[in-house]
Write a protein that binds this ligand. Structure first.
Ligand SMILES: [Zn+2]
Length: 130
């Protein structure tokens, strides 16, 4: 699929959010942003602990960036979720939402998910087809 400036902006917002990660491992940073039109609805990053983690549950003791973003948006929100992982070497890595996050996306009826892939690639997930 062809990515346009709108998508690149979405990825840039998610990447920016990843820099606010407080997770102690610097091997990778993950950020997520939910974009509606040209507005950022909410953006977040991987967190070790969070006030909303206990409400939403967490995966392996880790609050995934997607989880905290999903907490900030209404069910069935039109819009696009962007998830970016940056590796220690500065390259993008695989940021496809895990099975746990995908089930939350289904519950929330979020349809469009864009994520970074290894070696600076990007990919798209249409949640309706899963
Ligand atoms: Zn996840």
């Amino acid at each position: 699929m062809e990515f346009t400036g709108r998508h690149l902006r979405g990825f840039a917002y998610a990447r920016e959010a990843s820099y606010r990660s407080n997770f102690p491992f610097k091997r990778k940073r993950v950020g997520a942003a939910f974009i509606l039109g040209s507005r950022i609805i909410t953006a977040s990053n991987d967190m070790k602990t969070s006030p909303i983690a206990s409400k939403l549950g967490s995966f392996h003791g880790r609050m995934h960036a997607e989880m905290s973003v999903l907490a900030g948006i209404a069910d069935g929100s039109q819009g696009e979720l962007y998830v970016v992982r940056e590796k220690a070497n500065g390259k993008m890595g695989m940021a496809k939402p895990c099975a746990f996050c995908q089930s939350m996306l289904h519950e929330k009826n979020i349809r469009h998910v864009y994520f970074s892939t290894d070696d600076d690639g990007f990919d798209y997930l249409d949640m309706r087809t899963l």
